[in-house]
Ligand binder design. Structure first.
Ligand code: 4GN
Length: 254
């Protein structure tokens, strides 16, 4: 898959290409990130990409002209590679919240154009004409769309085949079945922290795989019910909860 990123700060993307899981995804070519520095498409003498807002007020607005040229260059490149135009995604606090379900569907797609805004915003006419989907990471404001774009690329890259160490490990992730993840433990068997002994839960040392699986599932259900009760209802409606799960939740909620 490929991501074409329109940004004023392409240098923010370099570190992800050289470390960790995202590096593996780039190296094995399962994710191709192409950066399109917006300033390169501002052809006037000052290389302007922004201007003052009609109607007044503080802050600058991203101009349609350079954005349009960048997008045209991207779409020409996609066509030259025999690809149909990829959907254009804009990161904005006004977007639809990004979910693991949306990440999973993007991970199986041909990719997207990721538009990273800066300043107060983008001229609405560019959004109306070209943006297919507005996505938000959450209810807070950032100085630009680059961190959301990197977040999306990371979330999608780690789902590509051959990118995680263990193919089964993302079936265990938080949200993969709509529930939060269970806790994890490794050596040593007992930790002393500030005079308090903290052993690993006994069931995990038992070697009894069915008991361990049941304990982990119950931990997932308990943690989700306590911290994010609305996710229990969503999991229920999507058919992700078994009769056993429901039985456990009933005893737990009393
Ligand atoms: C996305 C973009 C927050 C999010 C952003 C978010 C850049 N802030 N919650 N800031 O996903 C106006 C134009 C703000 C660009 C945009």
């Amino acid at each position: 898959m490929r991501f074409d990123v329109i940004t004023l700060f392409p240098e923010l993307f370099a570190p992800f290409q050289s470390v960790g899981v995202t590096r593996r995804a780039f190296e094995n070519k399962s994710v191709d990130v192409r950066l399109w520095p917006l300033r390169d498409f501002a052809e006037d003498t000052y290389r302007r990409v922004d201007d003052r807002a009609y109607g007044g007020g503080p802050g600058m607005v991203m101009l349609v002209e350079p954005l349009g040229k960048a997008l045209a260059a991207i779409q020409a490149d996609q066509a030259a590679q025999g690809l149909s135009p990829l959907p254009v995604v804009l990161f904005s606090p006004a977007g639809k919240p990004l979910t693991q379900a949306r990440v999973q569907s993007l991970a199986q797609s041909a990719g997207a154009v990721l538009l990273c805004g800066r300043y107060e915003g983008i001229d609405q006419r560019f959004i109306d004409a070209h943006v297919d989907e507005e996505v938000s990471l959450g209810d807070y404001v950032l100085s630009g769309g680059e961190l959301p774009a990197l977040t999306l690329i990371d979330a999608v890259a780690r789902l590509q085949p051959g990118v995680l160490n263990d193919a089964a490990s993302h079936q265990q992730d938080s949200f993969s079945d709509g529930l939060l993840d269970c806790p994890h433990y490794s050596r040593p068997e007992v930790l002393a922290i500030n005079g308090v002994d903290r052993p690993v839960p006994e069931v995990l040392m038992s070697g009894h795989h069915a008991h361990i699986a049941k304990w982990r599932r119950e931990q997932q259900l308990a943690i989700t019910a306590r911290r994010r009760p609305e996710l229990i209802e969503i999991a229920r409606q999507s058919g992700a909860l078994s009769k056993e799960d429901e039985r456990f939740l009933k005893t737990f909620l009393l």
